[in-house]
Design a protein around this ligand. Structure first.
Ligand code: BV8
Length: 254
C-alpha cells in the first residue's frame, strides 16, 4: 500500500483538469454524524440494516423506521459542514471541472458550497410516496398531518425518505452520470468510504481502470486503499485542507 505525503498527492493531481471527488460517511464524521461500519459507534452496530434500510423493513414497522429517520433528520439539521467539506468545495477554483459523487444523504456538500453534487443514494431532505409515483416533497409539506409516517398528499400512500435502500436500484441518471465522469476524470479524490457498498463502490474502480490518479483519504485503510495511487492516512477534515493548500501553490486559480 503506497502510503505517502500530501505533497506527493498534490504533485500527482497537479496536471489534472477534470476531477471527481467520491465520498462516504467518513467525510461527515467530523460534523458529528456517525458512520455505518465504524467498530465502536457505527450505525449498523446498533441497528440491523435489513430492518432499517430496506423496503421490507419499512413495511414491517413504518412508524419505528420513520422515527429512526426523524432521529437522523435531527442530527443532520444540527450539523455543520466541516473543513473537509469546505476544502472539497474550494477545489472548484483550481480545476476545469470538479464533481462530487457522494453516497451520503445529508446534503452537507451542497451546504459547504459544492455546486455539482451527484447523490447516488438519494437525500434525507426529500420525500416520496412508497413506490415513488409522487416525490420531491419536503418535511414541512407534512406539518399539518398527525400520522407518522405521513401520507402522500396525492395518492394517500405511505411517505418514505427519498433515499436508496438495500436491494433497491440507484437513481438511473445519477448512476449513469457518476459512471461516465468516473471513467473520464483525470483524478479522483476518495474521502471517507469503506468502499464495500455496490454499485457505488465500483466507481473508484472504474476511475482506476480508466487510468485516473486515485487519492484515498481515510484514517483506516479501506477496501480501496490498496488500489489507490496514493493512500493518505488521516481524517478528511485534516488532510483535504492541506491538499488544497499544496495544490494552490502548484496551480493558477482555474
Ligand atoms: C442494489 C442510504 C440491486 C440509506 C445506503 C455486489 C457485491 C456485494 C453486494 C452487493 C452487490 N450488489 C448489490 C449488493 C447488495 C448491496 C451491497 O452493496 N451490500 C454491501 C453491504 C455488501 N447493495 C445494494 O443493495 C444497492 N442496491 O444493489 O440493488 C438492484 C439493481 C437493479 C434493480 C433493482 C435492484 C443499494 C445500496 C445503497 C444502500 N443505501 N444508504 C441510509 O443511509 O439510510 S448504503 C450506506 O452505506 C450509506 O449510503 C453509505 O454511504 C454506504 C457506504 O458506506 P460508507 O459511506 O463507506 O460508510 P462506512 O461506515 O462503511 O465507512 C466509513 C469510512 O469512513 C470508514 O472506512 C472509516 O474508516 C472512514 N472514516 C471515519 N472517520 C473519518 C473517515 N474518513 C475520513 N475522515 C474521517 N474523519
Amino acid at each position: 500500500m503506497v502510503q505517502n505525503s500530501v505533497e506527493a498527492a498534490a504533485r500527482a493531481m497537479a496536471r489534472a483538469r477534470h476531477v471527481v471527488v467520491f465520498t462516504g460517511a467518513g467525510v461527515s464524521r467530523e460534523s458529528g454524524i456517525a458512520t455505518f461500519r465504524d467498530a465502536e459507534e457505527g450505525i449498523w452496530r446498533k441497528y440491523d440494516p435489513m430492518e432499517m434500510a430496506t423496503l421490507e423493513g419499512y413495511l414491517r414497522d413504518p412508524a419505528f423506521v420513520w422515527a429512526w429517520y426523524e432521529h437522523r433528520f435531527g442530527i443532520v439539521a444540527g450539523a455543520e459542514p466541516n473543513p473537509g467539506h469546505r476544502a472539497i468545495a474550494e477545489l472548484e477554483q483550481l480545476f476545469d471541472s470538479v464533481t462530487v459523487v457522494t453516497q451520503n444523504i445529508d446534503g452537507l456538500h451542497q451546504r459547504a458550497g459544492s455546486t455539482d453534487v451527484i447523490e447516488l443514494h438519494g437525500s434525507m431532505h426529500r420525500f416520496a410516496c412508497l413506490h415513488r409515483e409522487h416525490g420531491g416533497f419536503r418535511l414541512a409539506d407534512f406539518a399539518g398531518q398527525e400520522d407518522r409516517p405521513p401520507r402522500c398528499p396525492v395518492c394517500g400512500d405511505l411517505i418514505r425518505p427519498d433515499v436508496v435502500w438495500f436491494g433497491e436500484a440507484l437513481p438511473r441518471e445519477e448512476l449513469d452520470r457518476g459512471q461516465r465522469l468516473s471513467a473520464a476524470c483525470d483524478a479522483m479524490l476518495v474521502v471517507g468510504t469503506s468502499g464495500i457498498v455496490f454499485p457505488a463502490a465500483a466507481l473508484p474502480l472504474q476511475a482506476i481502470h480508466s487510468g485516473a490518479t486515485l487519492i484515498d483519504v481515510n484514517p483506516e485503510p479501506s477496501a480501496l486503499s490498496s488500489q489507490a495511487t496514493i493512500y493518505l492516512k488521516g481524517r478528511g477534515g485534516d488532510i483535504v485542507p492541506q491538499l488544497v493548500e499544496e495544490l494552490r501553490t502548484r496551480r493558477e486559480p482555474g
